[in-house]
Ligand binder design. Structure first.
Ligand code: HEC
Length: 127
């Protein structure tokens, strides 16, 4: 193979791997993120700290994200009848079409976006 041909192949390979990487990343992030933006953000806020009275801070290291994946899944599926009065968390965040896979994705999204430490609770310094 000539030198020129080798270069063409190299460039083609780089382009293909770049496109593949962009595509798989883009899908993973945007799917769940857009669900959060569409169904959850109104009450939980873009930073997870809560945008409505009675909605707790999801970024609190001693808050909801201490619960297990299964518990969080169940909460999102079933919603919460808020005892703090006023606002209620609707089942599926009000999004009837939410699939199991999407809820699992949301649990992961909450952990990676608002969790202080994926491996466990962080010590509460100065709190
Ligand atoms: C209409 C407002 C509203 C919407 C929309 C909403 N939530 Fe909530 N959410 C609440 C309220 C109220 C609570 C209960 C108070 C609290 O713990 O913050 C809650 C609690 C939670 C909790 C903590 C549960 C626990 O056991 O402590 C999680 C996790 C959560 N919501 C995730 C979501 C996700 C994911 C979505 C979108 C699919 C969503 N919420 C949509 C109002 C809402």
């Amino acid at each position: 193979m000539g030198k020129r041909m080798t270069q063409v192949w190299k460039i083609a390979l780089i382009l293909i791997s770049l496109l593949t990487a962009l595509n798989s990343r883009g899908e993973m992030v945007s799917d769940v993120e857009s669900i959060y933006m569409g169904s959850c953000i109104a009450c939980h806020g873009s930073d997870g700290t809560g945008a409505m009275p009675g909605v707790h801070d999801l970024t609190d290291p001693n808050g909801a994200l201490k619960k297990s994946d299964q518990e969080l899944f169940a909460v999102i599926r079933q919603g919460i009848d808020s005892s703090s009065g006023g606002i209620v968390m609707p089942p599926n965040g009000g999004n009837k079409n939410l699939t199991d896979a999407e809820i699992s994705g949301l649990v992961r999204y909450l952990r990676t976006t608002f969790g202080s430490n994926e491996l466990g609770p962080k010590p509460n310094i100065g709190d």
